[in-house]
Design a protein. Structure first.
Ligand code: MN
Length: 233
């Protein structure tokens, strides 16, 4: 055992349905735009853009049923419901077939975004980290192993705030499929067991305010609930 100058941080992990064993998280990758409807609402042309990626730190995870402390430094916190993929293995330059074999489980996630900071970053051509990679910015449900998942092109992905539906799409609306996304990502990074991929959000992203209750689901995978706390200061 190595010795450290202080105790290392705890290993980030996510619950797995059907077992007490947890999924140890290595990295969190996110797809920037992956539904035509959302690309259009953000002012892009969905036809011409290959997938692009950004990251969140593994310790930004927030589990199902949690209360999100309202993030500092934003007046425009946005929800982005997403299908999340959890990898059991990885590699570089994977084929579609190899990409498929890396998938361990699926989950429902929310890519929480400080939209005001993202707009500023876009305008000034600066990185997105402050907009995307803040504490508690990666909400996630328990993982559901692939053998228990019933995903099809018709599976609905939805998000509601205080019971009112804001986001809706079908998984078949993804511009890049799960396998294609893994494939593309593996051409940029060596993927490994423990990696999570947030696969992008459909149209209807919007503002969350203190006190909001967020409920979302991916049919065939599961549900995720979040409470937004009152603003502290
Ligand atoms: Mn997103």
């Amino acid at each position: 055992m190595a010795s450290y100058v202080f105790d290392p941080s705890a290993q980030p992990s996510v619950a797995v349905e059907g077992t007490d064993a947890r999924f140890p998280v290595r990295r969190i990758y996110c797809v920037g735009r992956n539904y035509a409807s959302h690309a259009v609402e953000m002012g892009s042309d969905p036809e011409r853009e290959p997938p692009f990626f950004f990251c969140k730190p593994a310790d930004a995870l927030l589990e199902d049923g949690a209360t999100l402390a309202f993030p500092q430094a934003t007046d425009n916190l946005h929800h982005e419901v997403e299908l999340v993929v959890a990898l059991r293995s990885g590699g570089k330059g994977l084929s579609l077939q190899q990409a498929k074999a890396t998938v361990f489980a699926y989950a429902v996630g929310i890519d929480l975004t400080r939209r005001d900071l993202q707009a500023e970053a876009k305008e000034t051509r600066r990185p997105w980290d402050a907009a995307k990679a803040f504490d508690q910015s990666a909400a996630i449900s328990a993982l559901v192993p692939t053998e228990d998942v019933g995903l099809s092109k018709d599976s609905e992905i939805t998000l509601a705030v205080n019971g009112e539906q804001r986001q809706y799409a079908q998984i078949g609306d993804l511009i890049w499929s799960v396998e294609e996304t893994i494939c593309a990502l593996s051409k940029l990074f060596e993927l490994k067991a423990g990696d999570l991929i947030y696969t992008g959000t459909p149209a209807g992203v919007g503002r969350l305010v203190p006190g909001d209750r967020v409920t979302c689901s991916v049919a065939g995978v599961g549900t995720l609930e979040l409470q937004i706390a009152e603003k502290s200061s």
